[in-house]
Design a protein around this ligand. Structure first.
Ligand code: ATP
Ligand code: MG
Length: 381
């Protein structure tokens, strides 16, 4: 620890005062023993000296050199005591500095870490533990700030998105209300526009509700065993009318043929319907949709693939953000809130899996990795 001027002054003062006090004490003790040896006390000098043996040559101490030896021993003990007190004071200074640093971190709440080295392993260990704790606290604070920011963004986006169709509905209904003599066909037109805007509003509110439901840890999920090829067959049947209408081939392939997983079937149906609906909506020149699943150890990789429109590289990572829609020619006319993929990602995360998108001029793939048994809360890596 690099000492500050104030700390050096304190230590110098402390060292000087303790040295003077200890010297005085040493001297007092020495006087006491000297008095003891010089018959001032009722102990025979000869008896005391002969009982003290020399370590080196076995000679008896004479009263004179016994006094010097005694003084040397008392002095050495005094010096040891002084070193001990001085080191203790130094340690107190370190702890005070540590406590000041912790107070500073608590007060400023910023990403500070204690920069303090010490020869004392206990202090070094304490500093590294506190730094680890501060980092953990900082990470929690950052996540909280991030969540708060997202929450504010969500409220802003939602109020903006809900206001747009609501303003149209009020506008068209207002036209009907303020013009009682409006021709019947025009009134029907206004009413029909207001109705479709109201439907859009309901869809948006439902999407928002689904989205907020996926932002939990998955404690509201109903896990059940399910078989993937059967699940794929049900999806293909559900979309068969649309597929026939648009001349699109829907197929599925699982490896091995039967793959059993534990998941929430309703949520997975929502996830795959979002992906397949998107393929129908955005794969303008699409000719096929392929569903595949492959088992890998304790995980299953599921893909929803379609040919047709390529998703620009820059958009691939943003696709799963709330309200994100690719700004591509023609996409503006397709209705949507940009919440479908955010909901899908939420569902996958509740199943402790991962999802990402890949796209080139031939193929667009949404790749999902799920644990075989999502109810075990297996964290994916
Ligand atoms: P919502 O699903 O909420 O009605 P949305 O379809 O616009 O609205 P997402 O499902 O989140 O929102 O999709 C985000 C964007 O990703 C879409 O607007 C579209 O531009 C793009 N996209 C998604 N799937 C595909 C796909 N298969 N092919 C091409 N583009 C896609
Ligand atoms: Mg969608």
């Amino acid at each position: 620890m690099k000492l500050r001027a104030k700390e050096i002054r304190h230590l110098t003062f402390f060292g000087a005062v303790t040295a003077i006090v200890l010297l005085f004490l040493d001297w007092s003790v020495f006087i006491f023993f000297a008095a003891l040896l010089s018959n001032s006390f009722r102990i025979s000098r000869g008896k005391f000296c002969s009982s003290v043996r020399v370590m080196f040559d076995g000679q008896n101490f004479t009263p004179k050199n016994a006094q010097w030896w005694g003084f040397a021993i008392i002095l050495i003990l005094g010096i040891i005591l002084w070193i001990f007190l001085f080191l203790r004071e130094y340690q107190q200074l370190q702890l005070k500095r540590l406590s000041d640093e912790i107070t500073k971190i608590n007060e400023t709440n910023d990403n500070d870490r204690i920069k303090m080295s010490s020869i004392d392993p206990m202090v070094t260990n304490l500093v590294s533990q506190i730094n680890q704790m501060t980092q953990a606290k900082q990470a929690i604070l950052n996540t909280e700030r991030e969540n708060e920011k997202k929450q504010k963004e969500l409220v802003t986006n939602v109020s903006h998105d809900l206001r747009t169709p609501l303003t149209s509905i009020i506008g068209y209904l207002g036209l009907i209300e303020s013009n009682p003599d409006i021709p019947a066909d025009q009134m029907r037109k206004h009413a029909s526009t207001a109705y479709s805007k109201a439907q859009q509003l309901v869809a948006m509110v439902e999407d928002l509700f689904s989205y907020s439901q996926t932002q939990t840890n998955g404690e509201n999920l109903h896990f059940q065993p399910m078989e993937i090829s059967e699940f794929f067959d049900q999806l293909i049947v559900q979309f068969s009318l649309d597929a026939n209408k648009h001349h699109i081939t829907m197929s599925s392939l699982t490896n091995p043929d039967q793959i059993q997983i534990v998941a929430d079937p309703e949520k997975l149906a929502r996830l795959f319907m979002n992906l397949i609906n998107n393929a129908f909506k955005y794969g303008k020149t699409m000719t096929f949709i392929k569903l595949t699943a492959a088992k890998r150890d304790d995980k299953v990789e599921i893909k929803v693939q379609n040919d047709g429109e390529q998703i620009p590289k820059a958009s691939l990572l943003k696709l799963f953000d709330r309200f994100y829609r690719v700004d591509q020619s023609g996409n503006k006319e397709i209705s949507g809130t940009g919440l479908g993929l955010a909901i899908s990602q939420g569902i996958v995360q509740q199943h402790h899996g991962s999802i990402h998108a890949e796209s080139n001029s031939q193929l667009t793939s949404f790749v999902i990795e799920l644990p075989v048994d999502a109810s075990l809360g297996l964290a994916h890596d």
